[in-house]
Design a protein around this ligand. Structure first.
Ligand SMILES: Cc1cc2nc3c(=O)[nH]c(=O)nc-3n(C[C@H](O)[C@H](O)[C@H](O)COP(=O)(O)O)c2cc1C
Length: 257
């Protein structure tokens, strides 16, 4: 991948690199993976990680704090390669619907870059909606979208230093925002109704958090007791402030109102 999209993506990554991020760039063009066929999902989650290069993507995403998706506009939306990759995340989507609250990484950020020859806003909107669906599925908050119209020929982007600068700055911002993001953990058990309520409360506000089931993790249960001085759930840790029970006011205040 060495067109306009790649040049802009590299600029974003360079910007992110100045913030100390460890970066892995994956070129979908260099991978071999097949499209989703829905009937595969009868066996659900494991089938998504079929024996092809999607494993590279799943593995990279497992530990990623930020994910930057870059695609040209092809016929009014993201490229076919991008869409095929996203469709293969249906397993993650099913996984999320089975574990509705807070299954994502709490501070994971997403950013989307797209370029086109023309300047049709509806095409960027189409692409954005697909990208946002992807970010929701991988538990990433989409904190940045960059659209670059008017790039018809290869290397046209080099005639737009403003585009390249914008991309670089965006990379720096993504990392800065990630560093400043709230770090929220909910300690809960599956059978506790207030745990469900507190997680739904955060979800309704669009706030990502780590969900820890203390009934199945002894070490984390101990951590919760040490933090809160008691054994009841839920316990919410917002940037080190410990809130016991489903206390809407305290949570709202800890989140900055
Ligand atoms: C198959 C194909 C479909 C395209 N469809 C559109 C389109 O619908 N709208 C548009 O503005 N540009 C379209 N383009 C132009 C590309 O978005 C544009 O050339 C872009 O700079 C390509 O990015 P790249 O240099 O990273 O390959 C299309 C290009 C190709 C190859």
């Amino acid at each position: 991948m060495d067109g306009n999209t790649a040049s802009l993506l590299d600029k974003v990554l360079q910007g992110a690199g100045t913030g100390g991020a460890d970066i892995a760039r994956i070129d979908l063009d260099k991978l071999r993976f097949s499209p989703c066929r829905e009937w595969d999902y009868s066996k659900r989650v494991k089938d998504c990680r079929r024996d092809d290069d999607m494993a590279v993507i799943f593995d990279a995403l497992d530990g990623a704090d930020a994910v930057i998706l870059a695609s040209p506009i092809f016929f009014g939306s993201v490229s076919a390669q991008t869409k095929i990759m996203i469709d293969r995340f249906q397993c993650a989507w099913l996984d999320r619907t089975e574990r509705p609250a807070g299954s994502g990484k709490s501070r994971r950020r997403g950013a989307f870059i797209s370029v086109s020859a023309g300047a049709r806003e509806d095409f960027f909107k189409n692409a954005s909606s697909v990208a946002r669906n992807f970010f929701a599925t991988i538990g990433a908050k989409c904190s940045c979208e960059l659209f670059f119209p008017g790039l018809a020929e290869k290397d046209d982007v080099l005639k737009h230093p403003d585009y390249l600068e914008k991309a670089f700055e965006a990379g720096r911002e993504i990392i800065k925002e990630w560093m400043m993001a709230d770090n929220i953990t909910v300690y809960s058990t599956p059978s506790c109704p207030f745990c469900v309520m507190v997680k739904q409360f955060l979800k309704d506000k669009g706030i990502a958090f780590s969900d820890i089931d203390v009934s199945s993790d002894q070490a984390k249960a101990q951590e919760m007791v040490e933090k809160s001085g008691q054994m009841g759930v839920p316990v919410v840790d917002i940037n080190g402030r410990i809130i016991v029970g489903f206390d809407k006011d305290a949570i709202t205040e800890a989140l900055g109102g």
